[in-house]
Design a binder for this molecule. Structure first.
Ligand code: ADP
Length: 851
């Protein structure tokens, strides 16, 4: 260290505010940086800067509390140490922070603060190590005796130490080589001193004063050592090691003295070792941990690896290697819990009970993982939670949506900066037992990226043959996951990687019928919302017709999540009224009905007096219970979002209603066609996939070949439908990509309506794939599609004949509400879709196979 040469620091310095440690010129310190201001300084100055100048910062000690410095800048100590940032290490665990290695250059004082944000910058004046101090040995001569005395004590101290330790020998050499004026700072930073003492030395700008203040500290240390040597003679060597001056030791922590702290740390490591030895971790893990703790003992605390190793060991101790909850599985009780928590979902509950029963009889979990597949809000997650409840196990949900890095599942290797375990191991640490229920939510939304395929990592987790020795990269030892009960959920199986799907048993969870939704609302959602909003049934009453109104006019979904939100909105509105009412009840004499009427314009005659729309503006407290009727609904939720638009949209030829399946449940879809003069071109819009485009071409070809039979003509009356005519087919909603063959019959019907000029019945929806010969082939998702048609208030549904078996799965009330037309060929479809049928002229022998 060229401690004797003169240096020149910049006149403006960014300031690093430290709380717990004092850096003195000539010494080095490692400090952890996590407050916003200091982090900014590191990011924008140290990490971005390219010149040596940009690595010089001012370290201001004793700043009140650097973590709360997001608001006003705390009072700054006037004197600081200019320092060179030698190393920056970043880490994200347990929270984002940097570790800085800084070497003190010289003292400075703050002249003026230039800016406070994002990090403070000050105009500074250098106080020592200037040209005039270092030229010649003037200062040394002046100080003469003082400096000599100091030097003697320093030599005496060092010689009391074990000279065989290389660091001590080096220090002895330094004493001779360093200029005397640098010694007080350096020795103060390495002997045992409190922060307060260090601060005093920092503030002692005059060299003479500094010498004077340091000598007593040296003497104290020498006395301490003498005492120690006397009392613990037998263990002299050890003591020296513990008390030894450690030139490398640079971090000190706040108010506790280093002595206490060191002992504490030592104790901690011993405790940790004890914990490791007494923990029930596997043999392999124990071996690794003991090796690591051995390394830890030898490591200086200031090494970044020290913290990493310690975190690792602490995690290893915390993991539930052998800790589990006791399963209390009783099938009858499980059935009751499932029934109490969830209405309907019979098929799902049946399968879950079977699964649990098998587990009860055969005490192992080998078998497929259950995967609930269905639209959002149908209760997949909450069934998972109920399963954990019935088993008396801990529940943990792992959201996999958007996870694209396999280390999310399997952790980062410890060599990475900021490495941490994957979500599985983290989950186990959180629940603290090794047999929880893990719900892997949204497995269909796993993504792939350059960082590897998380689905492949999940394979190992889910495979009962492999998961007893799951190795997280961070742990680097096997952990037994075979006791964990995994349940997966997804919206669709289409995007689940096949290998993963292969290990799961898919249980479809379809959407709910209106009746089921009403029951769910009244049995589960409303009581839950009332409780959440602090309301009682005596304060609010939601009749079933209102619930039906919300379901049909304010939501259009397969599940009940939007319904739940709307009920929440109603409860919030009522809570305001109730709270206001309570307030008014307290001083009822001042309330007058007339006042309220003045400011009210929309009171309707048929509004019931106790509805919320009336009570809203009346000054009298509302009459309890507040009844939620349609007027109140409109007041709270606004005008209905979904009115029965179906018949309006079918008021022109060239529109038909199809049924589509999406991961969010079934949907009705209006297919529109128009024709114009042109050259026989077909335009398709609405973001269609290739299969759907082919269906459109098929439909046109079939209609062209059967135009005469059905009397279909173009605008000029010709049976050649595309002669001088362009056709445009559109599938709303245009922003959603659609694909699949099931729109075939709808396109045919829509075009038949366009070319015949007849309207398609407004209460009929249809689905089915077509062939060039006019046959209707079966399609998937019938149950969801039928529910969507039912939700939309349609009455008749045309489905392929071969889908008849799927109707059995549909709830009886829905089936009773609807008429199903089972169509084997397009002729039957057209006959059913138009009022009065759509008979062709002559029945062709199209179904007589020659084969
Ligand atoms: P998913 O995981 O399928 O998206 P959730 O499990 O989050 O849906 O369910 C959404 C909400 O609907 C939850 O509050 C749940 O309790 C409720 N819910 C859904 N289905 C039912 C049901 N059959 N009975 C009672 N509550 C239900």
């Amino acid at each position: 260290m060229a401690a004797g040469s003169a240096i020149q620091i910049p006149s403006r310095l960014p300031l690093l505010l430290t709380h717990e440690s004092v850096l003195l010129p000539g010494s080095t310190m490692r400090t952890s940086v996590d407050s916003p201001r200091n982090m900014q300084l590191v990011r924008s100055r140290l990490l971005k800067g390219t010149s040596l100048r940009s690595t010089i910062i001012g370290v201001i000690p004793n700043t009140s509390d650097p973590t709360s410095d997001c608001d006003d800048l705390p009072n700054l100590h006037r004197i600081g140490t200019a320092a060179l940032a030698v190393q920056v290490v970043g880490s994200n665990w347990p929270k984002p922070h940097y570790t800085l290695l800084v070497t003190g250059l010289c003292r400075f004082q703050i002249l003026q603060l230039l800016k406070e944000k994002p990090y403070p910058v000050a105009e500074v004046q250098q106080l020592d190590r200037l040209e005039q101090f270092t030229n010649g040995h003037k200062s040394e001569e002046e100080l003469g005796e003082l400096s000599e005395q100091f030097y003697k004590y320093a030599v005496q101290l060092v010689e009391m130490l074990d000279m065989s330790v290389p660091a001590v020998a080096k220090l002895r050499r330094l004493l001779d080589n360093l200029p005397r004026e640098a010694l007080p700072d350096i020795l103060t930073s390495i002997i045992r001193t409190t922060n307060q003492e260090k601060l005093q030395i920092l503030d002692a700008v005059r060299l003479e004063e500094r010498f004077k203040m340091t000598i007593p500290l040296l003497v104290r240390q020498i006395e301490g050592l003498k005492l120690l040597q006397k009392t613990r003679k037998s263990k002299q060597d050890d003591d020296k090691r513990v008390v030894a001056i450690r030139p490398n030791r640079r971090i000190s922590h706040g108010s506790i003295t280093e002595d206490e702290e060191e002992e504490e740390d030592h104790d901690d490591v011993v405790m940790l070792e004890k914990k490791i030895r007494t923990s029930s971790m596997s043999e392999q893990a124990l071996k690794v941990c003991l090796k690591e703790i051995k390394r830890l003992k030898k490591m200086p605390q200031s090494m970044p690896e020290y913290a990493l190793t310690r975190n690792y060991l602490e995690l290893m101790v915390e993991l539930p290697w052998n800790k589990s909850t006791k399963d209390r599985l009783e099938i009858r009780a499980a059935r009751i819990v499932l029934d109490n928590d969830h209405y309907a979902m019979e098929k799902l509950k049946k399968r879950v009970l079977e699964y649990l029963a098998v587990r009860q009889l055969k005490n192992n979990l080998k078998g497929p993982i259950l995967c609930f597949v269905g639209p959002p809000g149908v209760g997949k997650t909450s069934v998972g939670r109920s399963i954990a409840k019935t088993l008396g196990r801990e529940f943990h949900r792992i959201a996999l949506g958007g996870v694209c890095d396999q280390s999310d599942i399997r952790g980062h290797r410890r060599t990475y900066v900021g490495s941490m375990p994957g979500r599985i191991i983290n989950g186990l640490k959180t629940v603290g037992v090794n047999n929880p229920v893990f719900l892997l939510d949204e497995v269909d939304k796993l993504a792939k990226s350059l960082q590897g395929d998380p689905a492949a990592a999940l394979l190992e987790v889910l495979d009962p043959e492999q998961n007893h020795s799951f190795t997280d990269h961070y742990l680097n030892v096997a952990f037994d996951l075979s006791q964990v009960l995994f349940i997966a959920t997804a919206n669709t199986t289409a995007t689940i990687p096949p290998a993963l799907l292969d290990r799961m048993e898919v249980i479809q969870v379809p959407g709910y019928t209106q009746e089921e939704k009403i029951e769910i609302a009244h049995r589960h959602l409303i009581p839950k919302q009332l409780e959440q909003h602090g309301l009682t049934p005596q304060q609010i009453q939601i009749p079933q017709v209102t619930t039906l109104g919300i379901i049909t006019r304010y939501t259009r979904e397969a599940g009940v999540r939007a319904l739940d939100r709307k009920l929440g909105a109603i409860c919030r509105a009522v809570a305001v009224k109730v709270a206001e009412g309570q307030h008014k009840e307290a001083k009822p004499d001042r309330a007058e009905v007339g006042e309220g009427e003045d400011c009210k314009e929309h009171i309707t005659e048929d509004a019931k007096p106790e509805s919320i729309s009336d009570t809203a503006d009346l000054a009298l407290p509302p009459e309890m219970p507040i009844l939620i009727d349609f007027h109140a609904l409109k007041d709270i939720l606004g005008p209905p979002m979904y009115d029965m638009e179906v018949s309006e949209r079918l008021s022109q030829p060239g529109v038909a209603i199809g049924l589509a399946w999406t991961p969010l449940g079934g949907e009705i879809m209006f297919v529109e066609a128009s024709r114009m003069d042109g050259e026989g071109q077909l335009t398709l819009t609405g973001q269609l996939g290739d299969v759907m485009k082919e269906s459109a071409h098929l439909a046109i070809s079939w209609l062209r070949s059967n135009a005469k039979r059905y009397q279909l003509t173009n605008a000029s009356g010709s049976f050649d439908l595309l002669d001088n005519t362009d056709i445009h087919l559109h599938f709303p909603a245009g922003a959603v990509t659609k694909d699949g063959p099931s729109a075939g019959v709808t396109i045919v019907t829509c075009l038949a309506s366009l070319f015949s000029g007849r309207l398609v019945c407004s209460d009929v929806a249809m689905t089915g794939e077509i062939t060039l010969r006019g046959l209707v082939l079966p399609v998937g998702g019938i149950k969801d599609k039928v529910l969507a048609a039912h939700r939309a208030g349609l009455k008749r549904i045309i489905i392929p004949q071969r889908n008849e078996k799927d109707l059995e799965e549909i709830a009886v009330p829905v089936r009773q509400d609807l008429t199903f037309v089972l169509a084997g060929c397009l002729d039957e479809v057209l006959n059913a879709a138009f009022d009065g049928g759509f008979a062709g002229r002559a029945r062709l022998e199209q179904l007589n196979s020659k084969l």
